[in-house]
Structure formats: structure tokens, C-alpha cells
Design a protein around this ligand. Structure first.
Ligand code: FAD
Length: 401
């Protein structure tokens, strides 16, 4: 079937923007609806894994994402007390990807880039701010999407609706898809500082996972800032304390004592969940990205996995446009992406957190030995990097039929 009516996409996050650009580049009409008055600029994901960069390259925006960020060609596992344990060099993936490195660029820079590009270069793409999707009605020919704007309600007609509207997805709720899993008791705090933290640690790389039985950390560098991710006390519900200068300063000083106070930039406190939707498809309504699955940020798999959903789904819609069977394509989207999420991404991220925070010294030592052994053996290191960079999960998903 030719897709004549627009594919309606709820949410201009990285997932919705990827799907919109992919479809627009193939001449498929697309309407991208964003509830905000402007695109969000909050401090969220910033790591772009190699296969995601390969996809961005096919969309023609890889170089722009690189130009807006930093190339991290290696990353480290560290122990808070003893320093670097193992370093993984992504050059081991030379034969597996055109981008054997991570790119550190905040997600909002990509969404702004794609939003502008869609409006400038693709007349079949319509991008609307202040349009919040509230409900959907569908039949075998298409969808009618109920949208709220500050000017009142509207119904927008389309061929399919893609719910890329984040963790609180209205599209998921409107189609009564359950979101199963659990929520961690502690919230995570991300704070940024322009202070050159590399001067405080021996051989710090741009991406560092730091284990500790009392307070694990993730240290990530973006163009002008270091981002520090730390867990907060689950027994204290006073969010204003964790967001205060005094508390953050105390944690930064504990991490790396410094004679002056650290300059503190952005800060975000958020709840972390491990959840996967029961299905990614209800007829002509599909969900992708955080709307379909959420996980902790340890390993940078949330945004990347969501973009892999968008790429798979938009590819299938474009095959439908060329005549492929609707049910076959869309059922396979659900199967491939949901199974991989449940059996790979969820397990991997849950495990990452357990390993970083373990209080058992034997478990900690075994884990550190394992990292050292893996990093020192080129074959094991490549296998490890194929998994952690999500190349393996894409290969495994492609085998599901
Ligand atoms: C506070 C926070 C910090 C995070 N930090 C990290 C991190 O450090 N590392 C990491 O890997 N991941 C992190 N994540 C996760 C990562 O940001 C997500 O996995 C990623 O943003 C998913 O992209 P998305 O496009 O699916 O959803 P989103 O980025 O959430 O985008 C959804 C978009 O839809 C819009 N929207 C919402 N409802 C509607 C509606 N009804 N109609 C129309 N538009 C709507 C929103 O305004 C938003 O623009 C973080 C998440 C949060 C919440």
C-alpha cells in the first residue's frame, strides 16, 4: 500500500526525530507533534553508541552529531579506592562498524538539529510544537489522533500513529498497554561541573564507570562539562536536599577533595525504572523508545535502544509503503525489538547496576578480575564491546523471524 496520509509521530525526542527523518527522506508524509512550547533541553542521555552512529550516518547527520560533541574512543571501569581497573578500546570494533567509538553529545542537540532539518529540507514533513497527543481512534484504514493545543482540541487524520512520547506515554496509556517491571528505591542525581576532573584522577577517560560499595559513580565528559551521576539515599524523600548546592558540593568533595568549591552547573534528580511494555503494537498504533521500555542509564542503552526501535519501525513502514504486508512487518517490529529489550537490554542494565554497587568484596574482586582478563584478551574484548555497544543486540534482533 502507498502511505498517502501522514504517519503521525507523538514526541520529538531522539526516537521520534529519528523516525520522522527516516520517513521524510523516503518521501513518506509525516507529522511530528511535540507537546512542549519548545523542544526540551534537559540534561539527559549523551552517549551515542557505534551502531547508532552508523544509523545517523545513513540519515546524513553523523558528522553534525560528532561536530557538536566529543569522540570517546575508549572507556574505563574503575574502583573508587584503587583507580582504573580495565580500559576498553573501541578500535577493536573496526571491522564491525564505521564508527568504532562512542560520541558524547547531549540528546537535545540532535533533536534540535533534526527538527530544523525537517522543516528546512522536507516539504512532506510537518513539525508542530504545543501539540499534545491525548487519544487515538483507529480502523483498518487509518488513525484519528486527538490532540490538545493551547488554542483548543483538534483531530488529526493519519495512516499510523507512532507513540515516541517518552516514559509517561499518553499513546501507551490510550491503547491500554501495560508497562511491566519495577522502580528502584533510590533516585539518581546528575550534576555537571566545568571543572577539569581529569586533573583529579589518574588516566581518566571520557566515560568512566566507578564501582564502590558505598557510593558508585559514573563520570562522563561532554564538550564543556563533566557529568557526575550518583545514587541518592532511598530513605530520604527530601528532593530539595539532593538538588541543593551544599549536598552536591559535599558529594563532589567526597569524590575528589579540592581546595576551592566546585562550580556546579545543571542538576537533575530522577526516578529510575526497569519496565517493558506488554506489546509494542496495537493495530496501527506502535510505541517506541522510552514509551515502550525504560531502564537505568548505566551503559547508555535507553536512548540508543530507542533509536534502534525507531530505525527498525521506520524501515518497516517504508517497506509497507513499497507494498509489503502491514501485519507481517509490524508484528515483526514488535517481536524483534521487544524480545531484545526484555532479554538483553533489561538484563544487561540491571546487571551493570548490581556490579557497580555490590557490597560483597569477593564479588567485587571476581568482577574486577574478569574485567582485567577480558580487556587484556583481544578476542574477549571484542566480544564484550560488541555486546556493550549494542551491535550484538541488533544482530540478534535481525535473526528473529
Ligand atoms: C531526567 C533523565 C535523565 C536521563 N539521563 C540519562 C543518561 O544520563 N543516560 C542515558 O543513557 N539515558 C538517560 N535518560 C534516558 C534517555 O533520556 C531516554 O532513554 C531518551 O530520552 C528516550 O528518548 P525518547 O525519544 O523515547 O523519549 P524522550 O526523550 O522522553 O522524548 C519524548 C518527547 O515527547 C514529548 N511528549 C511527551 N508527551 C507527549 C504527548 N502526549 N504528545 C506529544 N509529545 C509528547 C516530550 O516533550 C519529549 O520531547 C534520562 C532520562 C531522564 C528522564
Amino acid at each position: 500500500m502507498r502511505i498517502e496520509k501522514p504517519v503521525i509521530i507523538a514526541g520529538a525526542g531522539p526516537v521520534g526525530c529519528t523516525a520522522a527523518l527516516y520517513l521524510a527522506q523516503r518521501g513518506i508524509p509525516v507529522t511530528l507533534l511535540e507537546s512542549g512550547q519548545e523542544l526540551p533541553k534537559t540534561l539527559r542521555a549523551s552517549t551515542w553508541h557505534p551502531p547508532t552512529m552508523d544509523m545517523m550516518s545513513e540519515l546524513g547527520i553523523a558528522q553534525a552529531i560528532i561536530d557538536l560533541g566529543l569522540i570517546a574512543d575508549r572507556y574505563q571501569f574503575r574502583d573508587r579506592r584503587t583507580g582504573a581497573i580495565a580500559e576498553f578500546d573501541l578500535a577493536a570494533l573496526q571491522a564491525d562498524t564505521r564508527h568504532p567509538y562512542r560520541v558524547q553529545t547531549e540528546q537535545w542537540r540532535m533533536t534540535q538539529l533534526v527538527w530544523d532539518k525537517l522543516q528546512r529540507e522536507y516539504p512532506t514533513a510537518t513539525c508542530l510544537l504545543d501539540h499534545s497527543v491525548k487519544g487515538v481512534h483507529q480502523d483498518s484504514h487509518g488513525v484519528e489522533v486527538l490532540v490538545w493545543t493551547s488554542q483548543g482540541e483538534q483531530i488529526i487524520d493519519g495512516s499510523f500513529l507512532l507513540g515516541c512520547d517518552g516514559a509517561d506515554s499518553n499513546v501507551r496509556k490510550a491503547t491500554a498497554i501495560s508497562f511491566e517491571g519495577f522502580t528502584y528505591p533510590e533516585k539518581f542525581l546528575v550534576a555537571s561541573t566545568p571543572f577539569p576532573l581529569e586533573t583529579k584522577f589518574d588516566r581518566l577517560s571520557l566515560v568512566n564507570y566507578v564501582s564502590d560499595p558505598d557510593e558508585w559513580l559514573v563520570l562522563l565528559k561532554t564538550t564543556s562539562l563533566w557529568r557526575v551521576l550518583i545514587p541518592t539515599d532511598p530513605n530520604n524523600t527530601d528532593d530539595s536536599l539532593f538538588l541543593s548546592d551544599a549536598w552536591i558540593q559535599d558529594r563532589l568533595q567526597h569524590m575528589a577533595p579540592h581546595s576551592e568549591p566546585y562550580e556546579i552547573g545543571h542538576r537533575t534528580l530522577y526516578r529510575v525504572h526497569q519496565r517493558v511494555a506488554k506489546t509494542y503494537r496495537r493495530g496501527r498504533v506502535l510505541i517506541a523508545g522510552d514509551a515502550a521500555h525504560i531502564n537505568n542509564p548505566l551503559g547508555g542503552m535507553g536512548m540508543n535502544g530507542g533509536i534502534h526501535d525507531a530505525y527498525n519501525l521506520a524501515g518497516r513502514l517504508s517497506r509497507i509503503h513499497e507494498g509489503a504486508d502491514v501485519d507481517e512487518e509490524l508484528d515483526l517490529y514488535d517481536k524483534q525489538r521487544r524480545l531484545i529489550c526484555m532479554h538483553v537490554v533489561q538484563e544487561h542494565t540491571i546487571n551493570n547496576k548490581k556490579l557497580l554497587e555490590t557490597k560483597d568484596p569477593d564479588v567485587q574482586r571476581k568482577r574486577q578480575d574478569e574485567f582485567m582478563r577480558t580487556a587484556a584478551d583481544p578476542k574477549l574484548a571484542r566480544e564484550f564491546l560488541l555486546k556493550t555497544s549494542m551491535i550484538q543486540s541488533l544482530r540478534d534482533a535481525a535473526k528473529i523471524s
